[in-house]
Design a protein around this ligand. Sequence first.
Ligand code: PLP
Ligand code: COI
Length: 367
Amino acid sequence: MSMTASKPIDFQITHTSHATAPEKLARILANPGFGVHFTDHMVTIDWTVEKGWYDARVTPYGPLSLDPAASVLHYAQEIFEGLKAYRHADGSVWGFRVESNARRMQRSAHRLALPELPAADFVESIKHFVQADVAWVPSAPETSLYLRPFMISNENFLGVRAAKKAVYFVIGSPAGAYFSQGVAPVAIWVTQDFARAAYGGTGAAKCGGNYAASLLPQQEASAQGCSQVLFLDSQENKYIEELGGMNVFLVTRDHTLITPELTGSILEGITRDSIIALAKERGLKVIERKISIDEWRDGFASGDITEAFACGTAAVVTPIGALKGRDFTAGDINKPAGELTMSLRQALTDIQYGRAPDSHGWLTRLA
Ligand code: PLP
Ligand code: COI
């Protein structure tokens, strides 16, 4: 039977002979930005219908060669993940909830009719990658190595059906704060002209197409002086879903956390899930439910909503100061970040950076 647990795939390791010079690397790590510098290596694993996963390798980082007929270039059969490697005070390097990313990638693969990489092979790919580029894991506060596993279909065929060939990669990029202003409160633009995801669509999958759909509204947000775009549900244009690349939480006057329920059109954020767990452990009430944009807007004005924040791997926990729509502005970007927001952020990052015990078993040693 082909469904029996497959044996872990072996990785061939080829180190680069042109590693980034230590002085240049030190300059990059001193000011990494987000997603602009890439490490010296990459992981590749090939897949075909006939052979399954094969030829797992770590090689020097370099361009891909794709046939112009490769199906991903035409029908966007692509998925990705985002997770971080954190350096602890003793120099060791750890991943946060790596298996959750592996499982989410499997769910995304299922939705995009791509092959599922076994979770154990995903975890191994992350370990091998980080071990090859361990010098690229920064150690300054709030920095990490952002890891980007992704998968594309690469069968050269223009018929519209699931490809019979795919390839999985891991690349990585040292990361500081996602927003240029650091952890300061951001303003959010509520788009009412565009939806990110439809019911029955791919909203819950982490596929490039969702992000392509978010770019025009994100430009609209930037033109309005806002850092991120907030999407409403596509049926009623009424209930908040998520930002272009982050989930959202609100805090009510009585210290209850509310966040949009998972409807199938929202990405199941691993940070979201972790925040829910950490808040509940503190005895806070967390409610996942529909939240209308009017409730948020009016709550910011009346004080019924005392705090709001965005959360995700890249953004960690970022306070939201103001909400701007076509005909309203609510909140105040100049108000200091909410207390509960910042203390949940601290609790999460304390675990990630090894400053607090990992009582949930969320960390995996990578190097
Ligand atoms: N929502 C979207 C659209 C995202 O791109 C992300 C980032 O990955 C998230 C939510 C948060 O997910 P996670 O916390 O797993 O990074
Ligand atoms: C992440 O947090 O990993 C994301 O995918 C957000 C992003 C679009 C950079």
